[in-house]
Structures are given as C-alpha cells and as structure tokens.
Design a protein around this ligand. Sequence first.
Ligand SMILES: Cc1ncc(COP(=O)(O)O)c(C=O)c1O
Length: 401
Amino acid sequence: MNSNFPNYAERMDNLNASAIREILKLAAGGNIISFAGGLPSPESFPLEDIKKAIDIVMKEEGPQALQYCSTEGHPGLREKLLKRMAEHNGIKGQTMDNIILVNGSQQGLDLAGKIFLNKGDVVFVEEPTYLAAINAFKAYQATVIGVPTDEDGIIPEELEKMLKKYPNAKLLYVIPDFQNPTGKTMTYERRKGLIEVVNKYPIVVLEDNPYGELRYTGEMVPSIKTLDTMDKVVYMCTFSKVLAPGFRLGWMTGKKEIITKIAVAKQATDLQSGTFAQHVCNKYLELFDLDAHIKEVMEIYGHRRAVMLDALKKEMPEGVSWVVPEGGLFLWLQLPEGIDAGEALKECIKNGVAYVPGAPFYASEETAKVNTARFNFSFVDDDTLRKGVKACADTLKTFLK
Ligand SMILES: Cc1ncc(COP(=O)(O)O)c(C=O)c1O
C-alpha cells in the first residue's frame, strides 16, 4: 500500500484539530466547571410541551412526518418563520421563495461556502468571530481575513479599505447581535455604514443571528437585512438557542436566486433537513407561545449573566476587564498584557475550571490577541458560576505574581 494512505483532500490541510479543543476534551471528563461551551441550559428546554407536540404530530400527521420532504422544507413552518421575521425582526417582503430550512445555522455557513467559494476566495469576518464559521469557510479553501472592530462592531471605513484592496471578496460574515465570542452588538449607525460600503461591491453579506432574541437590557437594533436595499444580505437564524439545538433546525432568508442555489447545494449534501424535527417545531409553534418560552429562558440567562458579572467584579484581579453584553450567552475577557489565556487555561483546568481562550476566534495568528478569553454563562447554575469564577480568578492571580 502507498505510504500516503489515506490521501486526504487539500481542503483538509487548514482544518487541524485545534490544540485548545484537545485541552478542553481533557477537561470534559472530570469534575471541571465549564464556561467553555455555548450550550443552552438543559433547564431551558420545554420538555413537556415538546412531548405534547410530538404526540400530536404522530397522531395527526405521522406518515408525513416520517416521510421525505422538499429540500426547502415544511411549508407551514416556513410560513410561520416568515411571519415571525416580519413581526419580530422587521424583515418584510420575503416570500416562500426566499426561505430554506437548514440543519442549524452551521449548515447555512457550510452551504454558503459551497455555493460561493473557490479556492483562495476572500471572506471577510469580524475580528474576532465565531470559530466554527472560520473553519466552515476554510474548508472551502477560502482566505479568511479579519476586519477591525471596536466596541460598536465592524468599522465601515476599515471594511472599505479592505474592499478596495480585495474588490472581488465573495462574502462578509457578521454576527451583529451579541456577537460570538465578544457579546458586542453592532450599533445602528455601523449597520447603515456597513450596507453603504458593501452596496458598492459585488460581495454577499451573511448575517448570522442566533442570539438576537436573547436580549436582557437595552433596545433592539434593526437587523442588517432590514437595511438591505440591494438584496445582498442572506439572513440566518436558528431554533438552537431559543428552543433546543437537538432539533438541528435553522433557516436562511435572502434573494430567491441565492436560496435556489443553496437548495441545489443542499440536495447534494443531505437532500433535506429532518422531516420529523420540522413537523415537531411547526406543531410546537402552532400549539405554544414561543415568545412566552423565550421570556422564561431570558429570565434564567439574564440572571446568570448578572451572577457572573457580579462574581467577576468581586473576584478578578486588577487588570482584567470584560465586555458587558446586552444579551446572548458570552462574556469576553481581556487579561493583562503578557498573559496567554491558553497557558492560563491549563492551570485553570488543574484548579477545576475551563473557558475558551480568545486566540482561535481570530482569523489569523498574527492578529490574534492571546490575552483574551470567552466565558459562557448560560450552562451552569449560580453557585457553580461563582465557584468557577473564583477558581479562575485565583489562578490568574498566581500568573500575575
Ligand atoms: C454565531 C453562531 N452561528 C452559528 C452557530 C451554530 O448554530 P446551530 O446550532 O444553529 O447550527 C452558533 C452556535 O453556537 C453560533 O454561535
């Protein structure tokens, strides 16, 4: 047998398992308090209501729910989502031709990569951004480049400079609300500025909004899609953070022609998203009040956010600062210069707590800030949150000595 067996595709070259992931795997087994994931709290799942929805689906539409369906997905569910986006997000004028159900927004990222990216194509992302989006684009051998951001989000002037340098960049990927990992929200002015810039170039905007409905303070900011006069924005959303990620159900909304291409690509990937999950979600929306449920979820998370912020204030040594997010699931910490959050993580794990260091969220190693970290506050209860923050703070104090 030839020595280079198995002979993998070139596209896998940039997708090595990260060192951080390996460290966190070690942490997953023991009695480690984890702030590392982005998992919804299991207490937030409406188990009884979902059970009722499943029973009714099986009774009333069992054969259809167990059958193949169209690639675009359950028409009733898509109609409800169009209505919801119009009422909640101000995304109006979209029809059934403008929406497709996908297996979570993560699949949306992959399919966008599949239909738009050739080897070497440029994708702009916020600096830093969602790690699994960087990997989704890199899987298509794209060149992923970070655009500078500040506390108000992406800086349109910087974006324009980069578009002048790479006028044929294919995609701009943004998470305007309670961004992963920073928790920041892009201001309205910045969203307008972004659209004005992208409208001058042949670039598609992927607006990813998994956290937008989880706002604990402040006022909602209209989505970029609502400002999209030239139909350049593909808006992605998901049931993962507001209902349950186990459904693996999200959706993409945009220009008909783009959605049709996504459907063609999805046929090759998996034919369609799971019919059963679509029927159950549709029935859940028919029978129950998702907004009331989201309100309950927000009470849990809003409280946990406050507990973590309070614990950080009480425990963290001088020189550690953080972004106070108005929503979402994450806090973004800045450690004093010279401290590598990856090295600190190894010691924190010995002391029973884990988080994700910030560096892998940057598009390139050169621009990565190693003294940053992402803390999740949705998954564990109050006492555990306090204990974990204290253990982490005590560990960092030894680093600062
Ligand atoms: C910004 C962002 N986009 C997409 C996803 C993937 O979500 P889904 O479960 O819908 O695939 C996540 C999950 O954490 C996320 O944080």
